[in-house]
Design a protein around this ligand. Structure first.
Ligand code: PEP
Ligand code: MN
Length: 339
């Protein structure tokens, strides 16, 4: 339920209303804009007497939110949420490019790629230490050792880092990680969502392999219900009948999400396509559709990559992509951090 408060509302009456909402066991999500104040009520609102609330002088309007997601709903928080990652902002008219290898393979590898992507314009470094592989016989990632290499690359380059968390057990090792990635395969791992909901770190929540936008927003809701609202959504393609690409990039998810939620949305064209030659066109299409950023796999030697070489760009291809994105950004009224 969302209560819009009149701009000239009496402060005392407003306070009384907030106290009453809390006294009946509901949580308050306050969004104060320039011309309005929106009070979101989270919890079981079925017993709230709408006509009684409507009769209050300070109340302008009341809407029951039909969608099952509340905190993530744009009706709750009409303005874009801005998520700050080490000074780099996602949302609004900000645009960020995250880049790096699929997996951390060695310290030299991750450092060389980190320097190259930074030089080209990436503001955040990605690298997987714990890899969710479809086969138990495939490279599983370097684990904690890999994480240490990523943290060292952060120290050397100054780039904030993002890496995937597959199990709550490894959360104690994530202190130096700037964004925790919840991968597609764990989008509905509700215990993991609850665990990261208790942290106060930004979370990159990837869309599940075959999940609807509503299911995806409900997963965001799980994290928000724990008190962490720093969520960036990532469209990474969904499974369809089409075999020419690894997944099908759901471009329409971007403008739909912009309507439905205030959370920023970025796109992963690498996992969406599985093919390096598609990464640039899909990136440009994503910018055009209103994405708040991109996450791109880059490898200095894709032929020998231990994971996802076919979809990884070489540093010079990444450089070319960033230049093309920069040409498009003014058209969608977005600006990329320059360092
Ligand atoms: C990844 O980012 O390396 C990854 C495994 O992505 P996804 O969860 O989208 O498959
Ligand atoms: Mn990958």
């Amino acid at each position: 339920m969302v209560i819009t408060i009149k701009s000239n509302a009496d402060k005392k009456q407003f306070e009384n209303l907030l106290n009453w909402i809390e006294s009946v066991g509901l949580q308050i999500n306050l969004s104060e804009g320039e011309n309005y104040t929106v009070v979101g009520l989270v919890g079981d609102t079925s017993l709230v007497d709408i006509s009684l609330l409507r009769s209050l002088d300070i109340v302008d309007s009341i809407v029951r939110i039909q969608e099952p997601y509340k905190s993530a709903n744009r009706k709750f928080h009409p303005e874009d949420s801005i998520i700050d990652v080490g000074g780099h902002k996602f949302g609004g008219n900000h645009f960020q490019i995250i880049a790096g290898p699929c997996s951390i393979e060695s310290y030299d590898q991750v450092l060389a790629i980190a320097k190259a992507v930074k030089q080209a314009g990436a503001t955040i470094l990605r690298g997987g230490a714990f890899k969710p592989r479809s086969s138990p016989y495939s490279f599983q990632g370097l684990g904690i050792e890999g994480l240490k290499m990523l943290v060292e690359a952060k120290r050397q380059t100054g780039l904030p880092i993002i890496t995937e968390l597959m199990s709550e057990n490894f959360l104690p090792y994530f202190d130096d990680v700037d964004i925790i990635q919840i991968g597609a395969r764990n989008m509905q791992n509700f215990d993991l969502l609850k665990a990261v909901g208790k942290t106060r770190k930004p979370i990159l929540l990837k869309r599940g392999l075959a999940n609807t936008i509503e299911e995806w927003l409900m997963s965001a809701e799980y994290i928000m219900a724990g008190g962490n609202s720093q969520i960036i959504l990532c469209e990474r393609g969904i499974r369809t009948f089409e075999p020419y690409t690894r997944n099908t990039l759901d471009l329409s998810a971007i403008p739909i999400l912009k309507e439905k939620t205030h959370l920023p949305v970025i796109v992963d064209p690498s996992h969406a396509s599985g093919l390096s030659r598609l990464v640039k066109p899909l990136s440009l299409a994503s910018v055009g559709a209103g994405a708040d950023g991109l996450i791109i796999e880059v490898h200095n030697n894709p032929e020998c990559a231990l994971c996802d070489g076919a979809q990884s760009l070489r540093p010079e291809q990444f450089d070319d992509l960033v230049k093309a994105v920069d040409i498009m950004l003014p058209i969608v009224n977005k600006e990329r951090d320059k360092e």
